[in-house]
Design a protein around this ligand. Sequence first.
Ligand code: GTR
Length: 429
Amino acid sequence: MKHRLRLQDVALLGGLLIAGLPNPAGAAPVNYDEAKVGEIPLPDPLQMADGQPVTNAAMWYQLRRPEILRLFQTQVYGQPPPRPMVQNFRIVAEDRAALNGLATRRDVVLDIAAATNGTALTFTLFLPNRRTGPVPIFVGLHLFDTAHPHPQPAVARRQPGTPAPTPEANGRIGRATADRILARGYGLASLNIEALAPDSVTNYWQGVARLYGRTQPGAPAAEETGALGLWAWGLSRALDYFEAASDVDARRVIALGHSRMGKVALWAAATDQRFAAVIANDSGCGGAALSKRNYGETVAIITGAFPHWFCGNFTQYAGHEDRLPVDQHELLALIAPRPVYIASAVEDRWADPRGEFLAALHAEPVYRLLNAGGLGVTTQPAPDQPVGATINYHLRHGQHDLTDYDWDQYLAFADRCVMSAATAPGHSH
Ligand code: GTR
């Protein structure tokens, strides 16, 4: 029988392991031994719940895909709020000579009318001034601090003995990276989470959930969306704006996220097929990593530390991952046939690099069914050896972070799969 975590262990883990610190002596047993992972069979994405095999693309799109999507909506992330009936994007500031003239910077506010009227989202985008038409764009949450006139350097990684960086500071894009992305012809947009859903169990509901009628605090109900779903909803609303904006190519929007925001990017691309491609950097548990593997962060740990991220039902699988009717390779399958990039880091064992690779591998049958090509390998590649065609993967040396090395790969991927793709991968179905 699996050891169940005590509450105080979970709190300790949530606090101490953010930066990938070793498990403190006496705390709950986080497994880092591949021999102890155990073998829980994975659900087959190409088999209907009633056992029927999925043999063609029509069956996938009409029957099996909705079945899997529904499981994620009811058991993992919750039901996303609908697209607002009334939404109004306001440009509150624009600077056409941002980043030394390289870019136009635009600050946008989204007001909606739902159960209550209010501001649902604020975001900032940079568009390259050297453009001849609408540009492809990378969009994510907290990719840079929108309070500053330009992206700030990322906070230095933790040195032994210094306090852990706040999760928000982790994975930020600095000025040099922003310049690089823009010079390459891409736009770059970052959403703030404050109006959408603050990242705390006591306050997460005081954003879009409140606009949709929630009136009091409390962890999400059984099928109610948690913060990950609310943040993903925000990415879809930014995409609504891109569709309306004449200077962004809404068929070439790449959702990108690091760590918790990597989970969000994947869920956004799964729920909204307008996203052309998705990049999940070190997304771990609830992201690309398989939940049924007992390695690093588990369902018990994540739902204990962040009960507001998922729907209420997800907590019932803490220590009972064998009962989960779905797993994260099927989240990636929902993104098929669109290009996806999953990345891990050697020292980021908390995120289970091998579990991230295996999810990518086990999504491949769906990509193949849709003639989209896959990963091209069957074993996890050595560090710093990117693989893949439509499904892409790398294991980078180093820690949990979004680094220049990662961006080298993501820009090459975006050039190959999105920028120069004959038909835009977005709006496929
Ligand atoms: C950790 C969490 C991870 C990851 C990370 C982050 O505390 O356990 O799943 O999301 O935070 O977002 O930095």
